[in-house]
Design a protein around this ligand. Sequence first.
Ligand code: DUC
Ligand code: ZN
Ligand code: ZN
Ligand code: ZN
Length: 478
Amino acid sequence: MLLIRGGLLTDSERQYRADILCGGGRIVAVGPDLDAPLACEVVEAGGLLVIPGGIDPHTHMEMPFMGEVASEDFESGTVAGLAGGTTTILDFVIPAPGGSLLDAYRDWRGKAEKAVADYGFHVAVTHWDERVKEEMAVLTREHGVNSFKHFMAYKGALMVDDDVLLHSIRHALDLGALCNVHAENGDAVAWLQQELLAEGLTGPESHPRSRPAAVEGEAAQRAIAIAGLLGAPIYIVHVSTRDAAEAIARARAAGQRVYGEVLAQHLVIDDSVYETGDWLARARHVMSPPFRPRAHQEALWAGLVSGQLHTTATDHCCFCAPQKEKGRNDFTKIPNGTPGIEDRMSVLWHHGVRSGRLTPMEFVAVTSANSAKIFNMFPRKGSLAVGADADLVLWDGEATRTISAAASRQRVDYNVFEGMTVAGVARTVISGGRIAVHDGDLRARRGDGRYVARPCFGPDFRARSAQVRNAQVGSALA
Ligand code: DUC
Ligand code: ZN
Ligand code: ZN
Ligand code: ZN
């Protein structure tokens, strides 16, 4: 057993002083002055916050993408997550073109066996046929998958059209599963890419020009409209623009259930990265959606503060220099992605809490509890309640560190936050009731992570959504 003594417990609702006793991987008691059972390890948390472990709802460990495989695997990636206070990830299962969702799911389960921290999966739907339909049902019924992903970009590869979106969102609703979309108009991106290349504009600075804010705004709007027609909730991953944030806020104000996710990277880095440094420095920032003009950042922060945007993630997707080099003569061939899993919590604490934008409770909401609720892991994850998984972080909100690739556990040769000094350090990280990291020392081992099966939502999820649809169809006919 493990007793955490004297911390300031901070969940998404409140802060209070209490001890936490962990046993059998769970929280077994919470209260003042708990007695330590015999042979119980005691961790003194005086002066520290005790928060639920972070949840990164959007990662791509060892993802085959754009002819490369992301350099971070499930072992190194979950170690990096733990070091930064993230104890659970949701990674994306990507089926082969036209292939089986179940085969891809099994493949990902195999790759993730070496994970050091807990993980669950969203499964991507990249085409539509009877087998996909049946496999979505099997995944929800038998394998604890309650969310499906759709790429509206990456034409000729992962992209789905509106017909696939309609079928998949409708079917997911029947199953009680939540759909996610990567919202960028893939036809527009492909067209703009060809225009830029035809003008001889082949460098990484063309990447953001091929994916302007309107490309994201249009797709977000369209996905929301389609979900609205079907009476289905929808989750928009990596919202990076004011355009998409406003589309979400408008739909929510009209009674539609729409969720928005923001990446730590987009919150603090702007598009000046495409104009500075050498080719490689700029290529390293090629991710989609791209970094944006600064004005968009304030809209993202405002969305988190107002509750119109809900979760923070990283889209952690790592490619080292030789992989980025594949696009040396053509920016459309630079593998898209940036790292972030180790630094998300610190970046959110420093730029969120320390800057006065977020309260500590709001910090817990956007780094952990909201993801747990939206993806149906709450209160097992994202909470400090008795019975919850003992995934806890002893968080030092005063200590600072300077982010660098050299000092990082991420398996990638750069860090987009390089040189940034941030307050907020995970002192001790407890995963499944065991000390996983203490003062930078890794104690968790390969294979300690467990698969988190996430049940589907019950019939009320559908009933509620149907009311929204009826209201909207009613107003359309009026
Ligand atoms: N965007 C990225 O930058 N990388 C992985 C996939 C994605 O949508
Ligand atoms: Zn994406
Ligand atoms: Zn992604
Ligand atoms: Zn110590």
